[in-house]
Ligand binder design. Sequence first.
Ligand code: ADP
Ligand code: MG
Length: 324
Amino acid sequence: MWKMSTDRPAGAPARLSPLSRVALNGPTMGSRWSAVVYTGGELPADELSRAFQAAVDLVDTQMSTWRADSDLNRINAAPVGRWIDAPPQLIDVLSAGIAIGRASDGAFDIGVGDLVAGWGFGAHASPGRSVPARDSGRTADWQAAPQSLEVDPVNRRVRKHAALALDLSGIAKGYGADCLAEAARRCGIVSGLYGIDGELRAIGSKPDGSAWAIALEAPDRTSRGAAGVVDLVDAGVATSGTYRHWRDVGGRSISHTIDPRSGAPIAHDLASVTVIAETSMAADAWATALLVLGPEAGLRLATRLNLSVVMIRESGEQMQHIAS
Ligand code: ADP
Ligand code: MG
């Protein structure tokens, strides 16, 4: 068991007024969102709940690959070469996805949609062609996003330079958690923990000044236990693991995380990667990126970029870098 802490603003005052703890959740992105907030009762719980639901619904409407009418699927269906208008939140996430794609030397790639489908995952899974004859050679018909997608943030539009299946599943849940936090802030809430399917964002500390203690699941397919605890204050945390989403293909388990450089599902002994970052979006994308890079290259890059990470190998061995 380990424990990792994020910095707390020096001298953050403990509150004197009594605040009540409200826990809310609802459906989103094929999973659930959750929020634990401390409020002075300015807003009734049902109103808060509606504000949170609206925040995640906006993300889903824009970024889902499962909804034919999402803005993302509109871009996916658009002809190559034509400028397509896109809402500002989607522009931000596409830009962040491309930036993290570049910073990870292509390990994270939001253009990975066709590969994900080809290996039998996601909204457009075509498992018929997913059972691989061999582990490579699937790269010919797909395009990396940083080269093929032009984002124009000033005019809020994007243009594809090649046929491209964008997939934001490796980053959108984290972004959604950030949007929950933002919605709470707009309601005047200064202390809360927000999450979608394990991608979390903490705002402030708890009213008594203590951090949000997050137990990290041990990467085990058959049982659930904690591998360690992260104390979170004003930060995001996300975990990607081969142990959570996988398909059994001919006795082999296939991960839904694809290495865009080989075109094949990742195959190494890294069971999970947890990243702590300023936002849940960055933590989410980096967790996926470092999982693709694997134990050695992943830890090297995390160290070089000064990211806080905990990596757990299938053997149970843990490696970490704590940002200075
Ligand atoms: P989880 O936390 O559920 O394990 P991740 O955040 O790791 O999920 O995202 C995995 C999803 O991201 C996959 O289901 C796929 O849609 C997409 N994806 C797979 N490989 C990559 C990649 N190399 N870069 C970006 N997105 C990816
Ligand atoms: Mg991710």
